[in-house]
Ligand binder design. Sequence first.
Ligand SMILES: [Zn+2]
Length: 415
Amino acid sequence: MTSNTGPNKSLPLRAKVATSVSKTAAALSRAAGRGDGSVIGGWIGLKIDPDLLSHLAAGRRVALVSGTNGKTTTTRLTAAAMGVLGDVATNSLGANMPTGHTSALARAGHTPYAVLEVDEHYLDQVITATSPHVVALLNLSRDQLDRAKEVAMMASLWRDALRGRDTHVVANADDPMVVWAARVADSVTWVASGQRWHDDSWVCPECGAHIERVDGDWYCTGCDLRRPVPQWRLDGDAVVDPFGEHHLVTLQLPGRVNRANAATALAVAAQFGVRAADAVPRLGQVTSIAGRYATAVRDERTIRLLLAKNPAGWLEAFDMAEHVPTLLSINARDPDGLDTSWLYDVDFSPLHGRPVLITGDRAMDLAVRLEVNGVSFTHVTSFARALAAIPPGRLEVIANYTAFQDIRAELDRVN
Ligand SMILES: [Zn+2]
């Protein structure tokens, strides 16, 4: 909600004008049916006042959340946990670059807190603009065709972004690339968030030697880089805090990976003084995020949508999906990346024993991949045919970006 009091009062004139124009542009863009307007609004605001993001962040205590996977969900969970303290501004629609941050803060009006999801590439810039109290780092893995080399480059950018900053870092102890980047920070809380995807971190970013993994522990065979002792960890369905206290976390979001995201959210909120016991009930109220994990019922079939944008995301989705009929859908349009060779980076064998259906523009590429893994499947030409092909009951849908959007649109139509 917009308010005439609070930080706007103290904004420089240029920032006030920029904020007002930015909000108007966002509203116009929404009215014209061009999405939620947060990108265009923020863009115009920043054109008028290039320092608008720092002006809007001033006076708020800010947490930033970044990483290749899980940042939208973790941002939502963190904002929910921080709600214990008061109003929280957040870019909950996932517009995670400075234009989106600017728009989110302008739209929220005065709030004492902000939790912002940040695209990995913009972390340095957004830290500079918002002087966050806490930065949370989840994982680094390849997106689409980006290779391990680019993951190492991103870790190096993060490391430079964190060095010498007066900010607390909450970081994943299980991802060697994240640990290497985060350990330059003055103060770090380590969370055992897990790492399902190891292919981007076999080589030490410090010395180039091999990284050894043994029973959840890992260490570099050539230098002192090793898994730090985590202060926060999971124990079954519980998050264990630094005092060893167990907090049973009941989420509406599936999988171990989301419990790990909850642990990160609690660790971030704790840095602002939130007690885990107070925040846990709020985490259970977070439901689907931009349709991810959304459940719909059609023709006695309960359908759940899981978005998988990159190889690490696919492995996480296999873990979240129940052992019920599963529809996989893959496109290779611009937002997905045009090349499907990443399919060979993912081990599809967890799907053994489940009835698997495939669809999407690139179903044939998927078919070849599943053959290689010896997973049997049925090809269907549409989502409607997938529904017709399974008995009443549950269906898990795992899809990459535009395939996911297609199925959401189709579900809305059937609605
Ligand atoms: Zn090393």
